[in-house]
Every structure is written in C-alpha cells, then in structure tokens.
Design a protein around this ligand. Structure first.
Ligand code: APR
Length: 320
C-alpha cells in the first residue's frame, strides 16, 4: 500500500514540529509548504537526516509552490502570523484571514480530497474561512483547539493531584482559549468526576477555579514567556492526534472546532464540540445536555466567535 501523504502548510515552529512527529510516527510522507524561500526544503532535509538516527521511514520534502501539496490525504494549516506578547488571538484576524483564504483556494486546486486541520488563529474563525475558501465538505475541515485546551487542563489537574496525566480526562467546549467552557462535571481522574474529588478533599473549589482560569490563559502564559511567538509543541502534538484518528479510522472522541448545523442551537459556525473522528472526517457531533450555567458560558463563547465571523464577513464585503 502506498504511503499516505501529509502536507503541512506553514513550516514555522508548529509546522516543523508537526513534520517531526508525523515522521517519527510513520504516518506517511511529509511535505512542507511555506512562502519563506528555502526554509521548507531546509527543514525537510534536516528532518530527513534525522530519520536514519531515529529509525523512521518517511520521505520529507518541501517547497514554495503549492503544487507540492498535490494529492495530500491530510493538510494541516499553520500558515499566518503568531501572537506576540500583549496581543490577543483576535488581533491576528486581518492578516491571517487573507493567508487562510489563499491556502483554502490552493487546497481546492491541489488536494480536494484531503482532510484539513486548521491551527492558525483566531482558530474558530479561521477554520470557517478555510471551509468557505476551499469548498470542501464541512466534515473534512476541522479546527484544532479543544485537544490543546483539554491537554492543558489535564496537565494542570495532574500536577494538582499528583497523579499521571494519562489518568486525567478533561472535557471542554466552546471557542479556543479565553472563552473556553470546561465541563468540570465531565472531567475526571480515572472516572471520578472533579466535583467528587473536591468533596473527597483532593482539592478545593478555589484551586479548581484557578486551574480553569490558568487553562483559559494557557496560550498567553507561554507567549509571555517565549516573547517572540506562541506555543508550538503541544499544539503540534494535538493536531497529530487528530490526523492519526482520521488516517487510521480510530474513531477517537476528541473536542474539535466542528461545523454546526443546529447542534447546541448553533448553525453555520465552527465551534469546539466533542466529535467522533474517523475515516469519514467528523463522523458524529456529540451533543450533550448542558446545565443553565454551562449553557450561558457556551453561548458567551459562541457570541465571541460570531462577532469575529461578522468582522471577516464585513472585511470581505468591503473588498468585493
Ligand atoms: N502562506 C504560507 N505560509 C505563510 C504565509 C502564507 N501566506 N504567511 C506566513 N506564512 C508562514 C510563515 O512564513 C511562517 O513560517 O507561516 C509560518 C508560521 O510559522 P510561525 O511564525 O513559526 O508560527 P507558529 O508558531 O508555527 O504558529 C502558526 O498557529 O497557533 C497558531 O497563532 C498561531 O496563527 C499562528 C499559527
């Protein structure tokens, strides 16, 4: 069987890490695309030279012409600019909308059968722009945010409880970051919900609230420390899990920015919800009943995404 092809559009910090992980996991052959001249070829060559040492079989290549992505099975998009200290994800909207539109048109031309994962921020809006520009079926265009937000939440919880990160599960809904909705009652340690752990004296409600806030601000905390860009290892690892579930038809249940058609009372928008990811892309959107408080937080998050979608719509109408 021929190897799968994974195209990475944007070969910066996240793109390079994605290429390394995809190679190490032998997910398929990897191509990197970037507008920076020489850089995608350079990174691909460097990574290819790691393959004999690391012992993985994958071809790695790259270029500045969109034809390199031709026939890709999966396209992961990080093209655009990242945040600098003091910037919100939303500040990136002007420049990144244009970038994602161009990438979407290229995917339509060269890789119309691909499963597309968008990472470029502001995420929930950029994935909407991607679907519009590429014209691909919405179940084959998703955004990576929830896996990362829940990984951050899981990590902080595991630290607080002194248990393995593997035994902590977290459930998050809504837009990426600031308006993320953690579903505390569905987040567990080995199946024991967090509210029970508070009752058992493992932590306090105050500490839990602080962890939720730290998770929401998780990206900003790293931007502040790095000073020159934003997080890249955990975002790349999160997108790889999504790509793997698609390529191997694992049917993992993962929180992704998915296109809603009435679920949770939302239509024609991408918002973070739990989905089943398999060979068909988003095979199922899981709709759970929310409490009044959770619903209010979710609606607030949806409103924030909607405001940005409207900004893009106005921006595009102005150009027309
Ligand atoms: N087409 C293709 N690539 C582009 C374009 C474009 N029009 N414009 C910029 N790029 C490339 C840059 O040359 C750069 O190599 O996108 C890459 C982005 O890489 P980094 O600046 O290192 O950013 P990274 O940390 O990888 O984050 C990328 O993901 O998490 C989000 O907010 C983050 O939107 C940002 C994106």
């Amino acid at each position: 069987m021929a190897r799968k092809k994974i195209a990475l559009v944007g070969a910066g910090q996240i793109g390079g890490t994605l290429a390394l992980l995809a190679g190490q996991k032998e997910m398929g052959d990897v191509v990197l695309f970037d507008i920076a001249e020489g850089m995608p070829e350079g990174k691909a060559l460097d990574l290819a030279q790691a393959s004999p040492v690391e012992g993985f079989n994958a071809k790695l290549g790259g270029g500045n012409d969109y034809s390199v992505i031709a026939g890709a099975d999966v396209v992961i998009v990080t093209a655009g600019v990242p945040r600098k200290p003091g910037m919100s994800r939303d500040d990136l909207i002007g420049i990144n909308t244009g970038v994602v539109k161009t990438v979407g048109e290229a995917i339509k031309t060269y890789a119309p059968n691909a499963f597309v994962i968008v990472i470029t921020n502001p995420l929930d809006v950029m994935v909407w722009v991607m679907q519009q520009a590429s014209g691909l079926p919405p179940e084959r265009v998703v955004g990576m945010a929830g896996v990362l937000d829940s990984a951050r939440f899981r990590y902080f919880l595991a630290e607080e409880f002194g248990v393995s990160v593997e035994d902590v599960t977290a459930f998050v809904l809504g837009g990426h970051g600031d308006t993320m909705v953690p579903l505390v009652r569905y987040s567990t340690v080995a199946g024991i919900p967090l509210p029970d752990l508070v009752k058992m004296g493992w932590t306090t409600q105050e500490k839990l609230d602080a962890i939720v806030q730290r998770t929401r601000d998780g990206g900003a905390e790293i931007v502040k420390l790095l000073k020159t860009g934003s997080a890249f290892y955990a975002p790349a690892a999160s997108a790889i899990v999504m790509a793997e579930s698609y390529l191997k038809d694992q049917k993992r249940v993962l929180p992704c920015a998915a296109y809603l058609t009435g679920q949770y009372g939302v239509s024609d928008m991408y918002v973070g919800v739990p989905v089943v990811l398999g060979a068909g892309g988003v095979e199922k959107i899981i709709e759970i009943e929310l409490s009044a408080e959770e619903k209010a937080m979710f609606d607030h998050s949806v409103d924030a995404v909607k405001t940005l979608v409207d900004v893009v719509k106005k921006q595009e109408a102005g150009k027309a």
